[in-house]
Design a protein around this ligand. Sequence first.
Ligand SMILES: [Zn+2]
Length: 157
Amino acid sequence: MSRPVKLRCVGQLPSAGFFRPVGIPANALQEVCLSVEEAESIRLKDLEGLEQEECAGRMHVSRPTFHRVLEVARKKLADALINGKAIQIEGGNFGLPQSRFRCNNDGHEWNVPFETLARGLPLSCPACSSLNIQPMPLPPFGWGRGRGGRFRGGRRW
Ligand SMILES: [Zn+2]
């Protein structure tokens, strides 16, 4: 049995999902792609100024893992800034501190805490025990691009 990919907890989604430099023709424009959890590492460490230990705790990962994620994120941002590349934020393996789920059987809605999702157990509807449930869509970000799914390639909860 393969180990499920470990989810990282993301406390706040970015307000925009696509950034591009002015003055670079579209056919010459390259882009870097940041996962949502990489953006979160920048937010916690560089914007909120938290210690790495604290950042790691917030994202429910070990300190070395947090450090790795942060280094990758910073490198991508530096590459975009210096080499004039666009930045796309999408995808990844993350969950919110609370995710809202909906039952397709009886329409019941409820919140699931991150810790429950991270344990990877199958979830069922607390009202009717149906397994026919799905996560509610995340609030949209990344307007102005229209290139398909906002969380392409990533789990949505
Ligand atoms: Zn139900």
